[in-house]
Design a protein. Structure first.
Length: 360
């Protein structure tokens, strides 16, 4: 079965990630042997990964829609595949009685959000860069490309902590029996569960503990085993890699903005992988999709919604200008229809809008 194409940097990153993944079984054996002897407090450095990784498979992209829906059969095959491939996925919370008191909010809002997914990807990025111990601040800085000395507010740490804990208590079961027929490499993702072409575990297997950073004691976590969903994505080579500098755009890093930036990163990276496609439709991002990702409440008045959309467009402009300076893109253009901005045309270095003249 065909795999997606990649940029040159991604090819090298995927090779390196695959090599790291092979070492994870030894790591997990060491964890099992030493966890009882581990001190209650561990000191860590403030070093952050130079690369961040984001899963881009069908399951990961569907997480918010899967929560609490029971077993769901997802169509996994690619757009042009002659085969129909189905993988069964179940995403659910553990018993609320077992969840830490810090997560009482789950009784009110049991969604798995796009922000939760961004936190999950950040923890996986830390793990595959060699980080085992981390804090909420570490994760937030990884998500936003901030440097080690950057300040993280209490509200930002609280939001990240809630998402990490949600990942600790969010169980995912994946039966990829049919899929493994077409992706034999899935049988190599490790452990006895993989041999049976399925796995069932929490999204993140973590131990909560006290960690010392720059001489200060803070709450943190230790990663006890590799995240199987990320390993699944990696086995299929459905991982995107980015320089952490791309995340450090000059915009406020609120939860909704982080989610929008992640969405734009994924969409543009998909375009970068397919730069040989020169139809305008291949370079278009729909504003309606961005508004949906931003989750602007429908109960807001028309005026409030319009103001939020305008501010969101201003933020997107700042992000895209920053990426243009970083040469991640060559330029962009907002496209208007009926006096309303409806689309964004993405260009790469050396291209201009006149190269894409087909109707939209």
């Amino acid at each position: 079965m065909d795999h997606p194409t990649y940029t040159d940097d991604e090819e090298l990153d995927l090779i390196r990630l695959a090599e790291i993944d092979k070492l994870m079984s030894d790591f997990e054996d060491q964890v099992a042997e030493t966890v009882k002897l581990e001190p209650e407090v561990v000191s860590i450095s403030s070093e952050l990964p130079a690369k961040v990784y984001k899963s881009n498979d069908k399951i990961s992209n569907s997480l918010p829609d899967l929560m609490g829906q029971g077993p769901q059969d997802l169509r996994i095959e690619g757009r042009d595949s002659p085969y129909e491939i189905t993988t069964r996925v179940t995403l659910s919370w553990e018993s609320l009685q077992s969840i830490s008191k810090d997560l009482q909010m789950l009784t009110e809002d049991q969604r798995f959000s796009l922000f939760d997914r961004s936190v999950f990807d950040a923890v996986c990025s830390l793990f595959y860069s060699g980080t085992v111990y981390f804090t909420a601040s570490t994760v937030f800085k990884t998500m936003t490309g901030k440097g080690p000395e950057a300040k993280v507010t209490e509200s930002q740490k609280k939001a990240v902590t809630e998402s990490i804990e949600k990942c600790r208590y969010c169980n995912i079961t994946v039966d990829f029996s049919q899929e493994s027929t077409y992706y034999p490499e899935l049988k190599n993702i490790g452990g006895d569960q993989a041999a049976s072409a399925s796995f069932s575990e929490n999204l993140l297997n973590l131990r909560r503990m006290t960690i010392v950073v720059n001489g200060k004691k803070v709450e943190g976590w230790k990663i006890l085993s590799k995240p199987m969903l990320f390993a699944y994505s990696l086995s299929k080579k459905q991982i995107m890699s980015f320089s952490s500098h791309l995340l450090n755009s000059p915009v406020s890093k609120k939860e909704d903005i982080i989610v929008i930036q992640d969405y734009l990163l994924r969409r543009i990276q998909q375009m970068r992988r397919r730069k040989q496609l020169t139809k305008r439709s291949d370079r278009i991002i729909l504003m309606d999709t961005i508004y949906k990702v931003a989750d602007i409440p429908k109960e807001f008045s028309l005026k409030v919604r319009q103001n939020k959309k305008r501010r969101l467009r201003d933020t997107i402009t700042e992000i895209l200008k920053y990426w243009e300076e970083m040469e991640f893109i060559g330029g962009f253009e907002f496209l208007t229809q009926n006096r309303e901005i409806q689309k964004i045309l993405i260009l790469f270095p050396g291209e201009n809008a006149e190269d894409f003249k087909d109707p939209t």
